[in-house]
Design a protein. Structure first.
Length: 323
């Protein structure tokens, strides 16, 4: 089996606050191959974004990595210093942040912001940098890129700003792109365009993509592998078809049941009862037990571990549902 581009093993990222310890990521394992797309999905507060920030070393106090290992392209990242990580960020690993309306600096032109990463990591001259910017803007579908380089972010729509952010992320042909809710605040039509474009760019550049989202319908269209997170832990992990067509965890099934269907028999949408528990005081046993209609005494007393239920399909549940 080929060595994965990214391997995360037993990762724990905790925040030590006056109100208690927040276990935002609590023992996460997964691997991502070259050119693959992995989707990380779950409700807000599940630890998805913190997982992405942990990989590239963007956890500030009071947060810190408590345990685990992060391996990228054969190199361990979690024990590198800030200066060494800075050489990797923006070049080999890039991140697309949540809100396209605030991710760009309003005081600098698009060209200035696109060229910044080239000046840090590449030896291109001014003319070469400009041509690279034009090429990237064409790739992400911005019309008349030559004339738009001197524009400021406020002169672009939300969808166009997100295209610029994606162009910046792909500037130096990174091996891995971490996209944290890349379609937040965009209408559904623009969302579809952005996701289709991202999938094409990942395929063309043979870049791996870690797509973080709360929308299971998005990862169903995009991802090769899907990870479902709840309260800092993985509750289900598997290939796309295993999760979408054969989910075994009640939480995953609840997420799927809340997605409207555009064809076939129309039914009332279901909702998962209750609320995500306070991560500072998680219930004993399975964190999902208070909201699970199938929970039993064992669920409330003993936390389940990920177990294999099929080839490349793991579930953290004492009583996984039948297919």
């Amino acid at each position: 089996m080929a060595r994965p581009l990214l391997a995360v093993q037993g990762l724990k990222t905790h925040f030590h606050t006056f109100a208690g310890v927040i276990k935002a990521v609590d023992g996460v394992d997964f691997a991502l191959g070259q050119g693959e797309i992995i989707g990380v999905v779950g409700e807000s507060g599940g630890g998805k974004s913190v997982l992405g920030f942990s990989i590239i070393g963007l956890i500030d106090p009071p947060g810190r990595l408590e345990a685990g290992e992060i391996w990228f392209d054969g190199r361990r990242l979690d024990n590198l210093g800030e200066e060494q990580l800075r050489k990797i960020r923006g070049k080999d690993i890039t991140m697309i942040f949540q809100d396209p309306m605030t991710s760009l600096n309003p005081l600098y032109t698009i060209q200035d912001q696109m060229e910044e990463v080239m000046k840090l990591h590449d030896n291109l001259n001014a003319s070469q940098r400009r041509q690279r910017c034009i090429q990237l803007l064409k790739e992400v579908g911005i019309p008349e890129p030559e004339s738009r380089l001197k524009n400021y972010p406020h002169q672009f729509s939300g969808g166009m700003r997100q295209r610029v952010i994606i162009a910046i992320a792909l500037t130096l042909h990174p091996k891995l792109v971490i996209a944290d809710e890349p379609t937040t605040a965009l209408d559904v039509t623009i969302q579809a365009q952005i996701l289709k474009m991202m999938r094409g760019l990942v395929k063309d550049h043979q870049t791996s993509l870690m797509l973080i989202t709360h929308d299971l319908a998005v990862v169903a269209e995009m991802a090769d592998t899907i990870i479902v997170m709840y309260c800092g832990r993985i509750v289900e992990r598997g290939r796309n078809s295993d999760i979408i067509r054969g989910s075994r965890h009640p939480y995953t099934r609840g997420l799927l049941a809340s997605i409207p269907k555009m064809t076939g028999h129309q039914r009332r949408l279901q909702q998962i009862p209750g609320m995500v528990p306070d991560v500072r005081s998680l219930p004993p046993g399975c964190s999902f037990a208070p909201r699970c209609e199938f929970s039993q005494d064992r669920c409330r007393a003993e936390a389940p571990r990920l177990i294999g239920v099929d080839a490349e399909h793991d579930v953290a549940c004492h009583f996984p549902r039948e297919r």
